[in-house]
Design a protein around this ligand. Structure first.
Ligand SMILES: C[S@@+](CC[C@H](N)C(=O)[O-])C[C@H]1O[C@@H](n2cnc3c(N)ncnc32)[C@H](O)[C@@H]1O
Length: 267
């Protein structure tokens, strides 16, 4: 039976957040709420504004089901399937970072001995939990805000991220790669999907060009957002870049985007 994690010793070394007086830490939803409150009260996040980001994602998931999001995929991406099915995964553990509605978490749970889906939004984990139940697989879900990961070092042999890193403000990107490197086992792999607008910046001397660059500098999106060069610099020295590729990506609504697919390994 899949579950929303409530803490305690386990295969991937999840550490329950400290208790906040007045909150319940029973099971399921209650404890996820306790985790949320503990995060606000007692845990320092490296990037200010975590509660605002969390509330924003909670609101989105309360209004929409997975398939209503423009980035929704109804099955695991081909690159992931090829990677997982060409490598044996017995006894190993996988993390789906920013698991959202859990399509990919459910796929991973069918291939790894332990699978964890982590999302900032409790409402996302609830949708993902239902999906796992429907598919008869048993991953675990954790409500937490990346980049800080509440797992022991070297807990995972595989980490998958489609759309989470790009939702983390720039100030958190170095911590993100530190945490990935810390929680991956030697020989472990990160598969990363980052999407961004296709258009390049307008010329710098125009108002739109200057504004686009300013937005990029404060962490908003832009065509140069999370470039190959930056991803390489962020990943070094703890992770090796195996591949970085761009291809066009068409969400179910809106303009076409570029999808960067990266594969990183921990030596
Ligand atoms: C674009 S969606 C992708 C969902 C899923 N990976 C997929 O491909 O279907 C990004 C997800 O990341 C989650 N997210 C955003 N910021 C996060 C953070 N700092 N920590 C954990 N999850 C986060 C959101 O709640 C959302 O579910």
């Amino acid at each position: 039976m899949p579950s929303v994690f409530t803490g305690g010793p386990n295969a991937i070394g999840y550490t329950a957040p400290p208790r906040v007086p007045g909150t319940r830490t029973s099971t399921g939803e209650d404890s996820a709420v306790a985790w949320e409150e503990a995060t606000a009260a007692e845990r320092k996040t490296p990037v200010p504004g975590g509660q605002t980001r969390r509330r924003r994602w909670e609101r989105r998931y309360r209004r929409k089901q997975g398939a209503d999001f423009i980035w929704y995929l109804d099955r695991a991406p081909t690159e992931l399937v090829e990677l997982v099915e060409s490598h044996g995964t017995p006894g190993s553990a996988a993390l789906d970072l920013g698991c959202g509605p859990g399509v990919i978490t459910a796929y991973l749970a069918g291939h790894f001995a332990h699978t964890v889906g982590l999302d900032i939004a409790h409402a996302a984990c609830r949708q993902a939990l239902q999906r796992a139940r429907d598919e008869g697989v048993a991953p675990t879900f954790v409500v937490a805000e990346a980049p800080t990961l509440p797992f022991r070092s070297e807990a995972f042999s595989f980490i998958f991220d489609r759309g989470c890193l790009q939702a983390i403000p720039r100030a958190g990107w170095p911590t993100y790669f530190d945490e990935i490197s810390r929680t991956l086992r030697p020989g472990g792999v990160l598969q990363l999907f980052v999407s961004k607008p296709m258009k390049r910046f307008p010329p710098i001397w125009t108002y739109r060009g200057a504004r686009a660059r300013a937005r990029w500098m404060i962490g908003r999106r832009g065509a140069q957002f999370l470039s190959h060069d930056l991803l390489q610099r962020l990943a070094a020295p703890s992770l090796q870049v195996v591949s970085l590729e761009d291809s066009p990506y068409q969400p179910s609504a809106g303009p076409p985007r570029t999808m960067t697919r990266g594969l990183f390994s921990k030596p």
